[in-house]
Every structure is written in C-alpha cells, then in structure tokens.
Design a protein around this ligand. Structure first.
Ligand code: 44T
Length: 866
C-alpha cells in the first residue's frame, strides 16, 4: 500500500488530469432526437447528463457518479458516448471512498457500474485491483482473468493477471499433472476399485477433473465431481467436455460438505476419490469432508471380508488412509524466517525488542492470525538441514473408518520421546506423510522422495534457541485440534532432568549480551502502556522476520544515511557561512532544524529508527500496526533515541494534507526510503510512479533510497522450472487432453524462486539486464537489447533475475545473498532455446510499468555481433 496521505488526493488529481468533456454538442443532438419520444424522461436524462458533467468538472465525483448511473440506466443509448467519462468518474469516486474506508459502498458502486458495462475490461480490471488491495485475491484474480478474456492485449490486465494467476490456479496443479508416478498410482487404484464393483464414484475436489475421468474410463457407470474453486470448476467442465465426457460426468461447483442426496447426486456412491490433502495432510479439510461423506454421500462401509455381486453395496475411499511422519531438524534458513537471531541491527541493540516471532506457531492458543505450520521443500532449502532425530510415526489414520475420523479431534494428546542422534540447534519439526491409496499403491511426500511435494514445517520459537545433544531425548506432543495436526516440542530429557521448552518461550530477551539498561527501559515502557502483565509479544510475517535478521541490509542503509546526513550538514554549514554577510535568518534556522527522513517501506521496518538514531534527524515511519509501533518505541528508548525524533505518520492521516505540511514547504524531505522489491522477487508495482512523486518532495541535495536498481540475470537450463510452469510434453496426461486447458494459466514469470538451490545448469555468466534510475527519470529507457554469450551448450529454458539495490554510488545490497529476505523471479521461455557454447544470445528486455519482460533469440551469424 502506498500511503495516500503523503501525496494528497489533490496532488494526484493534478497529476492525472481530467478526461475530455468537450463533447457536449454531440450529446445535445442525440438527446434532442429522443426527446420527441418521451419528453419528461428525456428531459431528466439530458439534465442529469449535464449535471454529471458539471459535477465531474467540479470534482464532485460522488454526485457525478449518481447522475451518470441515472442517465445510463434510463438511456443506455448513451453508453458508448459516456463510457470514458463514466469510468473516470467511477475511478475517482472509488479513490475517495477508499480513502474514507467506505469499502462496502465502493464495491457496490463497481457492481452498479458492471451491471451497465459487464464486459468493460477497464472497469473489470480496476475492480480486481481494489479487491486485490483489500486482500480478496481469488476474487481479484477472477476479475483480471475476465478483463483479459475481453481484451487479450490489454497490458494492465495482463500484468495484474500474471501477478495473481498463482492464486487462481495454484502452481502445484502443474507439478501434480507432471508427476507421472502419482498419476499412474491413482489411476491404478481407481481402476482396481471400479473393476471390483465400485461403479458409482464421487471425486471430491476434482481440480482439472482427472480422477473423475479415470473412474469413467475404468468403466464406472456414474461419475460425479465437485470443486469449490470457481476457476477450477470451469476448467474441469472444459476439460471433461473436450475429452468427450461432458455428458457422463456431472460436475458441481460446490464444497462437498454442502452436497446432499438426492438434491445434488441421486443416491449414495460406492467410491469417493480425493486428493484434498496439503503438505500437512489435513489442511484442505479432508477429515471433515470424509466424515460428511460417510454420513451423507457414501454407501455404508464394508464390515466383513465377503462382498457379493457385481455392484458394490458398500462404500470406500481412495486414499484408504495415511501415515504421518515427523523429524526434528536444525535449519538456519527456517530459523531466520521465524525468530530473531541477531542482537544488533544497523547499529541498534535489539535487546529490548521483546518477543518477536512469525505467525506460524502451534503452541499458542488457536488464533485466526496464526498458522500451525508452514511448508518448505526441505531438499531445496539454502544451507540444507540437519536431522536431529530419526523420523518417527506421528499418526496413523484410516479414512475408511468414520469412528476413527470422528475421534481424531478428541484423541488424547500423544507424547512421543525421541532420541537425539546428533548435536544441533532445534529449529523445527518437519512433517510428511505416506498416502495409502489402497493395499498396493502409496505415495510419499517425504524430503528424500523425488516428488513435487513440500513438507510441513512446525518451527520452534524460543528466542534463545536450544541446542540438542546426542544423549538427549526430545519430547514431542502430537495432537489434533480443530482438525489440524499439531506438533510441539515441549521438553528435553538431559542427564535425568527434564528441561521444559515452554519455559524458554517466556523469557523475553535474548540471553547473549544482556543490557540491563535496556531491560529497565523496556520495563518502564511496559508500565507506561499498562502492559506490565502482558508479554511484549509481537508477530511479524516470515519475510519481515528474515529482513530484520538481515544485518547487511540494515548496515548498508545505516552507512548510506550517515553519509547523506553528513553531506547535507556540510552543505548547510557552507550556505550558512556564505550567507552570513547577508544575515539570512532563514538559512540559520534551516541548519538548526533537523533533517527529515521518510520511510515508506511496506510492513515492519527499522529504517526510520536507524535514520533517527543518526542524530539531528526527524524520521517518519509507515509502520501501521500498534504492536509493531510499540516495538519501535521500545527500541528507540533503549537505544537512546528521543521519541520526538520518530513519528508514525499514518496515525495522523485524518488531518488532510498533513503530510505535505510536515515538514514545511521550505524544508522538504532529506531522504525518502522506498521499498522497491517484493519478497517474491518482482519489482514493486508502481515503483517508478512513486519515485517520480518522491522526487518532487525532496529538498535540494536530498535522496531517494535506493537511487538506482540494476537488474541482473543468467541463462539457465532447468527442467524443474518447466515442470512448475506448465504441463509439459506432447503426451496426453493419463491419456486425457488436459495440458492445453490448464496451460492457459501459465505465466511467463515464475516467482518465489530460490536460485541458489534451483536444480539447473548455468549456460552463461550473470549479466546486467536493465537499470532503473529512481533519482533521474531522464536516465531511464523502456527497451534494452542485451547480448549474452553462452558459456555451455544446452537448452535455455529460463532466465532467473535479481537486483542490486544501490543506496548511493558505492553502497549496494543484492537480493540474491544468503542473508537476503528476498526470493528470485525467473522468466520462463515459452519455447526453450538450444544454444552452443560460444554462441551469442540476444535478449530484448522491456519494462512496462514496473514489470520486466524478456524475449530471447539466438544471434544468427557471428557478424551480427557488432
Ligand atoms: N497442494 C499440494 C495441495 N477442494 C493439493 O479447491 C503438492 C502444495 C502442494 N472441493 C507444493 C506442492 C504440492 N469440496 O482445487 C482444489 C480445491 C478443492 C474441494 C470441493 C471440498 N471439500 C474441497 C476441498 C478442496 O480440491 C482441489 C485440490 S485440494 C489440494 C491438493 C503437489 N505445494
């Protein structure tokens, strides 16, 4: 989010300009023609239209919008004529409603607009943008997709669609369809069950429809399928029809829990097939779905061994059950994303920060903002991991036993003792499972398997960390609360003593280098905020946690800021000296007042405090959450930064134009810190627009941090990236035609990539692809041709890219480093490109808004090199 208060609504109006409203003549003629038919109505239409335009001119968007609605509902004939102005009015009005927090009303307006213009790609796209900003990502994705369907060459919608396609059709659909082992095992299990008489089948969470089609192909008489995601449901319908089964598989767009017999399916079925499992097994709600299915959708379970007849009179489920495994691990990559591992950041002592950790925790009370686990592919974590225990069985579950499923939540907490096998810091419990499809076929999601699966990670949160030793025994509690599996390391048995790990959680501060003064300050802070009883607990996103642990990043800012401040001081003193003769009081006061620094980083950021700690600086932070502001205040006190030097400007946005008044007109910002790269590896949207606005607000000699971003890339051959981007190969998937349909959701840029552990061959050195200059708009270009020489022979499938973020000419931060909180992105080529070592590859790099696109060609002849 970009703080709207910084550049007031009025500033934006000036920048945006107004649409052309000088077309009065034309509409005058049209209204006159219609007036003859229904004078009163036409009178109303015509006067409303005039009012709409007048209001628009006066920037009274709400009234203008109401007038336009009236006009266009009464006289749809004006739609073409008024479309542009209507859109403009809607967008302006929505902007105002947004800043007033009238969100429901905002969406009502869009809905009214879309009733009038259901196929308007600009309105659809804009609706998507609002939804996206409000966090309704699936819904947003649907609007971008529709906008793009209306106009495939609409760049705004395309860019937005690419950013959200991952939510619409999650990338794992590609991995799963490319996982031939998994496909074949499911197919075999289904075939066998159908041959044994299960000939009425329900596929729960059908996705692309693949398991349902397997059942049909195996000879099932009736096949039903349900899918809760709208996009996936529509996709399944397309796929099933294209495979000639449109009439024989009934697909329902609903959650299985809402299905009833005979309303949705005529009678109970003899087989449920499903793969509604996530890395933690239960996260997609399989327990609840199966309990419901056994009660309402399935024939009763088989009791004895014998079953007669061709058609099964009993019901069963594929998969038949699962075994869940766990293992304690040391892993620095997990550690730095879940807890504070450093005592000093950018010259600030972190001792008084209180308890900071990620939103992933199973030890706390159930809370909507908390997740019990996160997911990672252990084999791909930078720095690897070290097993501290042997894998252990955490749970066995039989999906064909409804009593067992129902009893899961009330199962007693199970305590498991695990011998420690090697010394290491306890960072997490990793969890995976074996899915028993039937007696013969099973799938494993373990870290050693060559599958698409990730493992579930239950991080350990103690601020101190805890080193396990070979003769220790780790005590882990396994429970099943609200149908989620929870694992928690509770204690360690060492030399006959039990060390409780929960107790460690209560200690507030890291043990190393305790700072009594800081503790005292923090205690005082607690008294003041009347929180002496509550722990100083604050939650940060995993990427915010990793950022906080990134000492290089903060140190670079610290140095660059210090440099700038000292330069400005010198400049100021020189001016003061120079104007001493003319006795200029303005200059004298200018030097006495502090330098103003604005940090518009997203989420939690220490940079404002680092700026304030330079002295003679007043820093403005965009940290919005109360708890996070409290952390900064505690840190300010304990690091002797006066509270007057740190302000949370988002607390005062109700004062209109507050931001522009402070600092005063004469004394503008000395530095504005922009957050330019998203964790996923993409440049932040609208970065260049923000930079140009920021430039207007700088004092002479002031800077934007960063001043420049250089994009680097490399040619690589990576099968993995291909498998994660699209269904590969010409062969149909299990004999079905699926790829062309799901591949519509392929995106050209792959995000959240870990380039350091990506399985790939490097086919070139890294090269500079592009430069974004934030300080000087004239220095920027939008197209660039880059020539790269291949260093090995191979197939270029992708071009991973990353950034060097230049804070000034000398100081830069790379988004690629081990300590970085950023991931990388990669352009995946639509057609892989064969190259031989020594050949030159021509890359056409383009920047549209803040999105980078790359096209690659082989230079046909060496002469063309020049
Ligand atoms: N992801 C695994 C989960 N659904 C796989 O809407 C492994 C993640 C994964 N529909 C990396 C690798 C992997 N009724 O389309 C979804 C979902 C739908 C339902 C109707 C219900 N009760 C449900 C519940 C879910 O089922 C589909 C599959 S669920 C997840 C599968 C490859 N990251």
């Amino acid at each position: 989010m970009f703080p709207s208060g910084l550049f007031s609504v009025r500033t934006l109006v000036l920048l945006n300009g107004m649409p052309n409203t000088s077309t009065r003549q034309k509409h005058g003629r049209r209204t006159r023609r219609r007036r003859r038919a229904d004078p009163a109505r036409n009178e109303l239409v015509s006067s409303s239209l005039e009012s709409a335009q007048q209001c628009l001119f006066n920037q009274d968007y709400g009234t203008a919008f109401a007038h336009y609605l009236l006009v266009l509902n009464l006289a749809p004939v004006f739609k073409d004529f008024a479309r542009e102005s209507f859109r403009f009015t809607l967008f302006k009005w929505a902007e105002e409603l947004d800043s007033l927090g009238r969100i429901q009303y905002l969406f009502d307006c869009y809905e009214q607009a879309l009733e009038l213009f259901p196929d308007d790609e600009v309105i659809l796209n804009s609706m998507g943008e609002h939804l996206f900003r409000m966090g309704f990502r699936d819904e947003a994705a649907g609007y971008f997709h529709k906008a793009l369907k209306m106009r495939p060459d609409y760049p705004e919608a395309r860019e937005n669609f690419y950013r959200v396609a991952n939510w619409l059709v999650e990338r794992w659909h590609f991995f799963m369809l490319n996982d031939h082992g998994r496909n074949q095992k499911y197919q075999q299990a289904i075939q066998k069950a159908v041959q044994k008489g299960c000939n009425t089948v329900l596929d729960i969470g059908t996705g692309t429809g693949i398991l349902g089609m397997c059942a049909k192909k195996a000879g099932a008489a009736e096949v039903y399928a349900c899918e809760l995601s709208k996009t996936m449901y529509e996709l399944a319908c397309e796929v099933v029809s294209a495979n000639g089964m449109g009439g024989s598989i009934k697909i329902l767009h609903m959650k299985s829990l809402e299905m009833e017999v005979p309303k949705d399916i005529p009678h109970r079925v003899s087989l449920v097939v499903t793969e509604t499992v996530d890395a933690g097994l239960f996260g997609e709600g399989i327990i609840e779905s199966l309990i419901h299915a056994w009660h309402h959708l399935l024939l009763p379970p088989k009791r004895g061994e014998n079953e007669f007849g061709e058609q099964s009179a009993t019901g069963r489920v594929i998969p038949a059950g699962a075994t869940v495994f766990g293992m304690a691990v040391e892993c620095s990559e997990i550690r730095r994303h879940h807890r504070l591992c450093v005592t000093k950041v950018g010259g600030l002592s972190m001792a008084a920060a209180g308890e900071l950790h990620s939103p992933v925790s199973c030890s706390s009370e159930p809370d909507d903002s908390m997740e019990p686990y996160t997911t990672e592919r252990l084999s791909r974590l930078p720095g690897g991991y070290k097993p501290l225990t042997e894998p252990f069985t955490a749970l066995n579950i039989d999906f064909n036993n409804v009593q067992e499923l129902e009893g899961l939540s009330s199962r007693e907490v199970q305590e498991i003792r695990l011998p420690v096998i090697q010394q290491g810091e306890l960072d997490a419990l990793a969890v995976w499972f074996q899915l028993h499809l039937d007696e013969e076929n099973s799938l494993s999601t373990g870290p050693q398997e060559d599958t698409c699966w990730e493992q579930a990670i239950y991080p350990f949160h103690s601020a101190k960390g805890f080193v396990l030793k070979p003769r220790d025994e780790l005590i882990v509690e396994v429970s099943c609360r609200d149908a989620y599996l929870r694992l928690c390391s509770v204690a360690v048995l060492r030399d006959g003593h039990k060390i409780s790990l929960d107790k460690l959680m209560d200690s507030q501060y890291p043990v190393s280098n305790p700072n009594p003064e800081a503790e005292l300050c923090s205690a005082l802070a607690c008294l003041q905020t009347d929180q002496s009883q509550a722990r100083d607990f604050c939650m940060l996103e995993c990427s915010e946690m990793a950022l906080l642990n990134n000492q290089d990043y903060h140190q670079s800012f610290c140095t660059a800021l210090a440099k700038l401040i000292s330069q400005l001081k010198v400049k100021c003193q020189n001016q003061e000296r120079g104007s001493a003769f003319q006795s200029g009081p303005a200059v004298a006061t200018r030097c006495a007042s502090p330098f103003y620094v604005l940090d518009v980083s997203e989420g939690f950021s220490l940079l404002s405090l680092i700026a304030a700690s330079q002295g003679h600086v007043k820093a403005f932070s965009s940290v919005e959450k109360k708890k996070q502001q409290e952390v900064l205040i505690r840190l300010a006190r304990s690091n002797n930064v006066s509270e007057q030097h740190l302000e949370f400007w988002l607390n005062n946005t109700e004062v209109e134009q507050g931001m522009l008044q402070r600092p005063s007109r004469e004394k503008l910002w000395s530095a504005i810190i922009l957050d330019c790269v998203e964790t996923c590896g993409l440049i932040r949207q609208k970065l260049m627009e923000k930079a140009s606005l920021a430039r207007c607000l700088l004092e002479e000699g002031g800077r934007i941090f960063p001043g420049k971003i250089v994009v680097y890339g490399m040619l690589v051959e990576s099968e993995t990236l291909l498998l994660e981007s699209a269904v590969q190969g010409q062969e149909p998937t299990l004999g079905f035609n699926i790829a062309p349909f799901i591949n519509q959701f392929t995106v050209p840029v792959h995000v959240f990539l870990d380039f350091s552990t990506l399985e790939c061959r490097h086919l070139s050195e890294s090269v500079e692809l592009f430069v974004l200059n934030l300080m000087d708009a004239n220095a920027n270009y939008i197209n660039r041709e880059v020539k790269v020489q291949a260093t090995s022979t191979g197939r270029i499938t992708a071009i991973p890219f990353w950034y060097h973020i230049y804070l000034d000419e000398e100081i830069s931060v790379s988004t690629l480093g081990q300590a970085a909180h950023w991931k990388q992105a990669a352009v995946v080529l639509q057609q892989p490109l064969e190259v031989r070592a020594g050949e030159w590859v021509r890359l056409a790099v383009k920047l549209h808004k803040s999105t980078i696109s790359i096209l690659a060609h082989i230079e046909s002849t060496p002469q063309q090199m020049e």
